[in-house]
Design a protein around this ligand. Structure first.
Ligand SMILES: [Fe+2]
Ligand SMILES: [Fe+2]
Length: 298
């Protein structure tokens, strides 16, 4: 052949298109030459002088090979399309389930809000505060997402508190306060024993968001790390929001006043109520809490 050898040309063709079928017609019949062609990926060869019957047979095999390769290619493509379609369907189903979860939380939260209109924005702000604090603590995105889902439901147990206590326009008596404390246990009993992690986290928060690091909280009087992490996180957020909010029995406090009480305590809450490590992160990002509080008003 001019310019290049048959072996070289076969090599170049196979380099640019691996699937190209090559039949070599050659007068060379040395073993090395034939071996080189085979190594090159040549599909068949016919020796000169050309035997037309043998050549047609080789050609027929080559055509079958091309057809088979085409069928294989089509099957592969069909398979890929099916996998892609199923993956899309699964993603859609997953996103529907996630939407459903979100909607259930919103509706459950709305049920609490029906009992006490003051708590609506409070719950929503907790759904923003708690994930912000968790993210700043370096917790996983999955945990942060679960907190955003669970925190707004922390007070769901309040639907079991009598109106005359829940809506009382003044400070509660000791006896009334004891009843009010049961919203933690009621909330946990509504939400516990789920097969879903997020709902279990919600139950844990409902039960533990009034526990205090120094053991002065309720309902269990748990101390330190015996209090679930999510309970310790929501506890600071809940306290900050309660201090900032106006209640029939107390005025709304400024950001600075609320911070002062959270860090140093007051007549109602001692310092040492909160996990010191979480408190440190909270102090670092406190300005962002103020921004959320100011932006999430009625
Ligand atoms: Fe509560
Ligand atoms: Fe609360």
């Amino acid at each position: 052949m001019p310019v290049m050898t048959g072996v070289k040309m076969s090599q170049e063709i196979k380099t640019s298109n691996k699937k190209q079928v090559i039949i070599v017609i050659s007068a060379h019949d040395e073993a090395k030459y034939l071996l080189d062609l085979i190594n090159m990926g040549v599909d068949n060869f016919v020796l000169k002088p050309l035997d037309i019957g043998q050549f047609l047979e080789v050609l027929h095999k080559a055509i079958s090979l091309v057809r088979f390769a085409k069928m294989e290619e089509e099957y592969k493509q069909e398979l890929e399309e099916t996998v892609e379609k199923r993956t899309r369907e699964l993603q859609e189903a997953l996103s529907l389930v996630q939407q459903l979860n979100g909607e259930v939380v919103q509706r459950l939260t709305a049920a609490t809000e029906l009992r006490d209109l003051d708590t609506g924005l409070h719950n929503r702000r907790l759904g923003l505060f708690a994930p912000k604090l968790a993210r700043a603590m370096g917790l996983s995105e999955e945990y942060v997402e679960s907190l955003a889902f669970a925190a707004p439901l922390h007070d769901i147990g309040k639907i079991g508190i009598l109106d005359k206590i829940l809506l009382k326009p003044g400070p509660l008596t000791e006896e009334e306060f004891e009843i009010m404390k049961t919203h933690t246990i009621t909330g946990a009993s509504i939400l516990s024993d789920s097969i879903h992690e997020k709902i279990n986290m919600t139950a844990s928060i409902a039960l533990s968001h009034h526990e205090r690091w120094d053991g002065s909280g309720y309902p269990g009087g748990l101390k330190g790390e015996d209090i679930p992490l999510e309970g310790r996180i929501v506890s600071i957020c809940d306290h900050y929001d309660a201090l900032r909010s106006k209640r029939p029995y107390k005025p709304a406090l400024s950001h600075q006043e609320a911070m002062e009480i959270i860090v140093n305590g007051d007549a109602k809450s001692r310092s040492g109520c909160f996990d010191p490590q979480i408190l440190e992160v909270f102090i670092r990002i406190a300005d962002e809490f103020d921004e959320i509080y100011v932006s999430q008003q009625d």
